[in-house]
Design a protein around this ligand. Sequence first.
Ligand code: ATP
Length: 138
Amino acid sequence: IERSLVLVKPDGFQRGLSGEVLRRIEAKGYTLVALAILTPTVEQLAAHYAEHEGKPFYEPLVEFMSSGPVTAAVIEGQDCVRGFRSLAGATNPTEAAPGTIRGDLGRDWGLKVQQNIVHGSDSPESAAREIGIWFPGL
Ligand code: ATP
């Protein structure tokens, strides 16, 4: 059965949206397998966002993501990687459809990085890699 790695990013955590995100995950029918609150280290973020290194938003992204606590979760369910991305909505919260986490709860703040409340793995392979970063030993 498929697993995905979800992060409630510092903007979502600070706004008290962790429970709302977890509620939507559970209401969809996915299972919580692991849950943690932690402040990401630069090392964890460099591994997590390796594919974005060198892009203009990379430095602001790492700075933002290390700025405070996040809620990290491993979720489980049939096709949950694609399913959670569908729940999350488009990367840009202005464009994200109503009904999605980013569409209902997010907006563009005019910053160098999209503060879009959540991260979700983009493939089962990414999920396995990311779960190893945030929950080593799981
Ligand atoms: P995530 O991986 O966080 O679920 P995503 O897959 O929709 O989001 P990615 O392309 O993997 O987006 O980018 C990772 C993160 O980098 C985004 O969630 C966003 O915070 C930021 N980001 C991506 N593209 C841009 C951009 N063009 N401008 C500013 N920030 C961006």
